[in-house]
Every structure is written in structure tokens, then in C-alpha cells.
Design a protein around this ligand. Structure first.
Ligand SMILES: [Mn+2]
Length: 353
């Protein structure tokens, strides 16, 4: 089990902790199935899941596996754990548990005090271990390999859907076990929508083409974005691309431990605003990444988190002009003791295809 969980039990002064979030379940126990719950106390580490997962759970995790079924429902197995421990207070994941599940647990379990854990369990995941960093580096390198392959594939006349399909094929052929999110492929005027959905629109000469994609390797997500031009870029496209690229590079170069998330966002935002496009950069500069694609802390206008070494963040400034198009350039970085390491290695200068 992940050792930091014991600290959480002391810190919150609870007798036991109920973990229901699938990502936290995986992080704490190693169990990848996602269906089940963890019961953690000073005396017991129990993973409750059903027969579809019990064998895998035993291999993946060092928890005691308890099989839930019609005769032994989840709440009865939990009740046994609670009474063995004489537990009176139970921590629960109020930020992700369904209201209906909470009502059911409250009704069926003999617990005096329910203690909402807030973000504390998720916060354990912010500082990455060397093993996690290996997986995140590999995941981002799969994105690099896929993007490199795409440069030889993309042609005028292909649809955004075809480009997305090929991108995902390349990620899988390079070792991805899945995708961090549905790939965003947006061309021409569609590229002014930061989270556009790929369509049957064909790539036309003169289009911006934004590809935002990520894969999963050993459970860990990658994230990167590149914008290219089909044919030759015009002067306004070059101007916008250059501003985004400078914002990307300058904010990345500023990153170091001790800074706040909002201070990194401000570096990019100020540059884009001074260039006259402040209204065209609506989203935050970046987010953390791990088992899940969008994690805390963020590089946003409001995030006060002080950055520490071994956090992962994305740097993804963008400019979006409705009716014209948009540009975003995104890499995943590791915050190091004295600065950052860029985990992506694909070229960032404007590519005309
Ligand atoms: Mn991102």
C-alpha cells in the first residue's frame, strides 16, 4: 500500500478510510479494475470487489481481497471490517462519491462520524514517484512518435475524423494501451474551438490544423498539442502562431519550485494580452496529469498552489479567433529541483505541410 495513506488517517484523526474513487483505489492499492472499494485502518487493508476482478486484484495489490456477491454484499463486508476495528469515525471521498451511494452507506453502516476527506486523498498523487515519472515520460514519448508519423500522413482532402483515427492508430502501434481523452482534431475555422470534436470537414489549403491528443501507458496519461498549417501560412497565421509559441516558451522557462500556479499562468497571459489577444485566451495555461488527465494543481488565474519538485504540469497557451481559427501548443513538463524538464520533444516551430 502507498505509505502516505497512514499519515492521512492520523492527520484526519479517523479510525478508518473508505476509498471509492477508482483512480485513488489504483494509486493506493495497485488494483486496476476500478470496480470496488478499499477499507483502510491501522489493522486492516481490505479490497472489496466482485468475481470478475478477484483474481486480478490478488495479483495487482497487497490488500486482503474480499469477494462481494449476493450473499455477501459490499455493505455487509464493510460492516464486518468496521466492527472488528470498533471503528467509530470513517473518512469518505465526498468530492467524488455519488449522493445515492453516500445515503446507502449511511443507512447500512454503523458509523458515528462521517469525515469528508475533501481533496486530501487526491493530493497524495500530486508528487510523482520515480516509477510514475518513468510511465509519464514513456506516455509522452508515444505522443511524440505518433506526431512524427502524422507529419508524413496528413494531406489536403482528408477529413478531421480520418486524421483522428490515424493519430490514435499511431499511438496504439507505439505502445499506448488507451487514450487520455478523445483526440481533438480541428481544422480551419473549427480550430477556434479549443475542444472541438473531429468532424467530416476536409482539410483545405490554408487551414490551421490543431491536434490535441494523449495516450495511456501503464495507467498514466500523456497530453500534447501541435498546430500545423496545410499549405502555406499567411501573415496573420504566422503572427498568431508566433505569439502562442513565445507564450509557451517564456512561461515554461519561468517554471520552478516555489512559484504559484497562478504566477506561471500570468507569464503567458501577460504576453498574449500585450500582443492584443488577451480576449482570445479563455482557458488556463495548464493542469497536472497522472492517472487522470486533468489533475490539480493547475496553471490558472486563481490556483494558489506552491509548486514542488516532481509535480507534472502541461503548458498549453492558445489563441482562438472565431471565424478565423486558432492555435494551441502544449507539452507536458516535470518540475525539477531547479526548474523543469520538457517531457515532449516534437518540434514547436510552425510546420507547413
Ligand atoms: Mn491538456
Amino acid at each position: 500500500m502507498n505509505d502516505n495513506v497512514n499519515g492521512l488517517i492520523s492527520q484526519k484523526n479517523i479510525d478508518a478510510l473508505l476509498i471509492t474513487d477508482p483512480y485513488n483505489m489504483r494509486y493506493i492499492s495497485g488494483f486496476r479494475g476500478g470496480e470496488g472499494v478499499l477499507y483502510i485502518s491501522r489493522n486492516q487493508h481490505v479490497l472489496i470487489t466482485d468475481s470478475r476482478y478477484t483474481e486480478a486484484a490478488g495479483k495487482e495489490s497487497d490488500f486482503t481481497v474480499a469477494e462481494e456477491n449476493r450473499e455477501n454484499p459490499r455493505t455487509e463486508l464493510l460492516s464486518k471490517c468496521i466492527s472488528q476495528d470498533h471503528a467509530r469515525s470513517l473518512g469518505y471521498e465526498d468530492c467524488s462519491m455519488l449522493c445515492s451511494d453516500f445515503a446507502m452507506f449511511k443507512k447500512k453502516l454503523n458509523v458515528e462520524t462521517w469525515v469528508p476527506m475533501g481533496q486530501t486523498v487526491n493530493e497524495l498523487r500530486q508528487i510523482k514517484t520515480p516509477e510514475e515519472l518513468d510511465y509519464l515520460r514513456k506516455a509522452e514519448s508515444i505522443g511524440d512518435a505518433a506526431f512524427t508519423a502524422m507529419l508524413n500522413f496528413i494531406k489536403e482532402g482528408q477529413t478531421e475524423l480520418e486524421v483522428a483515427a490515424r493519430l490514435e492508430y499511431e499511438m496504439k502501434m507505439n505502445g499506448a494501451e488507451g487514450f487520455s481523452f478523445d483526440s481533438i482534431v480541428a481544422s480551419g475555422i473549427n480550430s477556434s474551438m479549443p475542444h472541438a470534436v473531429p468532424s467530416e470537414k476536409k482539410l483545405e489549403n490554408g487551414d490551421f490544423l490543431t491536434m490535441d491528443f494523449g495516450c495511456i501507458y501503464k495507467g498514466y496519461c500523456s497530453d500534447m498539442t501541435r498546430t500545423v498549417v496545410i499549405g502555406k501560412a499567411d501573415s496573420r497565421q504566422k503572427e498568431i502562431y508566433d505569439i502562442v509559441l513565445r507564450a509557451h516558451k517564456v512561461s515554461m522557462a519561468a517554471v520552478k519550485p516555489g512559484m504559484k500556479g497562478c504566477e506561471v499562468d500570468k507569464v503567458a497571459r501577460d504576453l498574449i494580452t500585450e500582443a492584443g489577444y488577451g480576449d482570445c485566451f479563455g482557458h488556463g495555461l495548464g493542469h497536472s496529469v497522472g492517472l487522470y488527465i486533468h489533475e490539480e494543481p493547475r496553471f490558472s488565474m486563481t490556483d494558489q498552489t506552491v509548486l514542488k519538485a516532481n509535480m507534472i504540469e502541461t503548458i498549453e497557451p492558445g489563441i482562438y479567433v472565431p471565424g478565423f481559427g486558432g492555435v494551441r501548443i502544449e507539452d507536458m513538463i516535470l518540475i525539477t529541483e531547479d526548474g523543469y524538464e520538457d517531457l515532449a520533444h516534437s518540434p514547436k516551430e510552425l510546420i507547413e505541410l
